[in-house]
Write a protein that binds this ligand. Structure first.
Ligand code: DI6
Ligand code: FE
Length: 400
């Protein structure tokens, strides 16, 4: 096991539950042993037992938990820049769709790409997130919509964790869209659910997701997928109330989902349901921005009900080609009126909760030593900057 060391000299935002939301410690010290945090506090209170440990003084910088992107689709083939240009040249969504655009085009590109090709295009995306201090990333399937390709996507997600210093958490998203030529109910029963069983049997699935929306699946169809997830002992999460109110958020709460994501059209009653089930509301400002949505999530209702809020990039080739979790934090503040403290909690403590991970997301004894050291003094600078990356050093599992 690597020798213990003491990280000193900096301001620490522990993001623990208590205090001002940041859990700030001035002139703090963190004792790291192996891949865990042993102790955290002020330098003057460092216990004698650690005084012989090597010091690593990062000076007047800010230390936070490493960031967690709890909602991405970074494994996919092709890109949708052409349809972006078509739309800006006045083409309607229908004309784009008729030209083969939309999720359908990404499905075709993903089906046609080899596992190696998908890995090759995903590596720069995961490297971009690592460069911003991300240590844990959730990656979904959902662009195969057939068993072989859904499994191919999840294998690539697992491979990413073996070739990069990062934790990958996978979500099966077979219920993402109805493939061309298929009927929704038949697709759920004859393709999606068998693919979920096969992917689970191969150890590729950490959670099960779905897209509950008029252009995707209704609550009865999502329920059939969630019933199988429950039978397999897998947690669930749901893209819910993104474009309309279909009852997805309430459904997610009924299943005790880890998270309900997008939730622009969630109601106060939905917020109460999420609070009761302990489900995290994952805010995805990148999609809201890209599709020019006007209905912001009911952030004040989530606050009033005590719903934990997380923030993710939703990095996908269509509705959110957003490659920066720091920019997602800025957008969550500017577009959804989150405070900088809520935005940072949304990419650390609450993002860990949205993934069901209890061993990270705050700086506290026993948690993973996943840390980010920033060239800033005020934690608000992390959300304040637009397209600015002040990362100085990322510590992954205790490794500098
Ligand atoms: N919601 C979205 O915004 C994306 N998927 C989903 O469930 C759209 C994905 C795409 O446009 O490729
Ligand atoms: Fe998404």
């Amino acid at each position: 096991m690597a020798q213990a060391f003491v990280l000193t000299g900096s301001r620490i935002a522990t993001l623990n539950e208590a205090g001002d939301g940041y859990g700030l410690i001035e002139d703090g010290a963190i004792v790291v042993e192996g891949d865990r945090i042993e102790w955290v506090g002020t330098s003057r209170d460092l216990p004698n037992v650690y005084t012989d440990c090597p010091l690593k003084d990062f000076g007047p910088r800010l230390v936070t938990p490493a960031l967690i992107d709890c909602h991405t689709h970074i494994v996919h083939g092709g890109n949708r820049a052409r349809e972006f240009e078509m739309r800006l040249n006045g083409a309607s969504y229908e004309e784009v769709a008729r030209a083969g655009g939309g999720i359908v085009s990404t499905v075709a590109a993903t089906r046609g790409a080899s596992e190696d090709a998908l890995l090759k295009t995903a590596l720069p995306r995961i490297d971009a997130l690592i460069a911003q201090g991300v240590s844990t990333v959730e990656i979904k399937s959902g662009y195969g919509l057939d068993q072989d390709t859904e499994i191919k996507m999840l294998r690539v997600a697992r491979t990413l964790e073996s070739v990069r210093p990062i934790t990958v958490v996978t979500s099966f998203l077979g219920a993402h869209a109805v493939p061309a030529g298929s009927e929704a109910d038949a697709y759920i029963d004859e393709v999606c659910i068998p693919a979920l069983r096969a992917a689970h049997a191969e150890g590729l699935v950490d959670a099960v997701d779905g897209f509950c929306e008029g252009i995707a699946f209704d609550t009865p169809q999502i329920s059939r997928v969630f019933d199988v997830a429950t039978e397999l002992g897998l947690p669930v999460k749901l893209h819910a109330e993104q474009l309309s109110h279909l009852g997805g958020t309430a459904l997610a709460a009924r299943y005790g989902a880890l998270s309900a994501d997008h939730v622009e059209y969630a109601t106060e009653a939905d917020a109460e349901a999420l609070a009761h089930s302990g489900t995290v509301a994952v805010l995805l400002p990148g999609a809201f921005y890209t599709i020019h949505e006007t209905q912001a999530p009911p952030v004040q209702a989530f606050r009033d009900a005590g719903v934990a809020m997380a923030v993710g990039t939703d990095w996908n080739p269509g509705s959110s080609p957003l490659g920066s979790l720091l920019l997602a934090m800025n957008m969550a503040c500017t577009l959804f009126r989150l405070t900088p403290s809520e935005a940072l909690a949304g990419t650390t403590r609450n993002a860990a909760r949205a993934l069901g991970l209890k061993d990270r997301g705050v700086i506290a004894p026993g948690r993973r030593a996943d840390l980010a050291i920033w060239d800033v003094s005020d934690p608000a600078e992390l959300s304040y900057g637009i397209g600015i990356n002040p990362l100085h050093t990322r510590v992954f599992g205790g490794d500098l």
